[in-house]
Design a protein around this ligand. Sequence first.
Ligand SMILES: [Zn+2]
Ligand SMILES: [Zn+2]
Length: 366
Amino acid sequence: MRSALVFSFFALQWPAAGMTQSRSTITIGLLDFEDAQRIRCEVVSNTYEWISLEHGQQRTVATLEGIDEVVKTEQGYSIATESGEEHSAYYILQPTSGNGTIRLISEPTGYRQYSGAVHFYWHANQWHIALESDLEDYVAGVLVAEVGKGHAMALYTAHAVVSRTYALNTFGRHRLEGFDVCDQVHCQVFDGVSTVNDSIRMGCTASRSLVLTDRLGRPIPAAFHSNCGGLTRSSAAVWQEASPHLRPVQDDACAHGAHAQWEKQIIGDEWKTWQPDSAQRAAFSMQTRKRFQLPSDRYEIGPQGDTLILSGRGFGHGVGMCQEGAMARAKHGASPWDILSAYYQEIRLRSTTQLTILEARGVWGK
Ligand SMILES: [Zn+2]
Ligand SMILES: [Zn+2]
């Protein structure tokens, strides 16, 4: 019943264009494999082939048979094929047609399952591994890592819009390394698609290709965090960058969230002698949070002998959507739009087919 409502809600917002089946791709730097010397590659669905890219020329080297191994070598990679060892500064492991799913396995990382083509390349004196994926597969993987399982459908739908928007807003952030976004918390956590379940997939499908934009159709900086502690913060206060979409809002919905409250003990002398580099207020707060590993910026200090007790609320930077507030709202019947409009201001929903990604890259990419 609820998922039917979700569908009709979005259909009302975007009668035709929003439901267009667009296929956009995104390239994700797999930093998870940075420390891996050897990576085993195993086909899960479809068939894959090794392509070597040299001087702009693509050459099919071999098909991926069962499990192959790619090894980091001096200024590139090597793979073992039937005709012997091959070396290249740029390999693409891609489905022979359409989309496919592959598993990458390494000792430091364990195993990860991805949909799309994997690029192994030597660039700027470094090894890089990047996944070229359908945007929707990427968003589903992000939801697994950033939200987890067992939530109401409206949360997945709203969060899919947020994660898609965030990705497009930060698109090109890693341009110099040869990919669009990374798989770490710096962009959005992405550990592949092996544990994507039906509810997550449905949340992505219900909001397929929809993003939050300003009135000119540019994706907004859709920041999110774990728990705001009762009041979200403006981007101006936290990052010294004002945004009309990221203003403080009162939030009672997260009061019972897992990260609503915290307490931390700190040695009094350490606190008294703490001298951050910057006297500037926002930088001071950020450095203090980092130094004492405080979950949030919202706390009171109570003395207790030589030890100080910091009693705080919330978890994360506090800007944009509060995930635990959004979870509670969805559980109590809020629609995806109720959730999105509770945390972001001056927003519109648009389909990615109505955006100019180049414009998004130029204006917002950093
Ligand atoms: Zn990143
Ligand atoms: Zn909150």
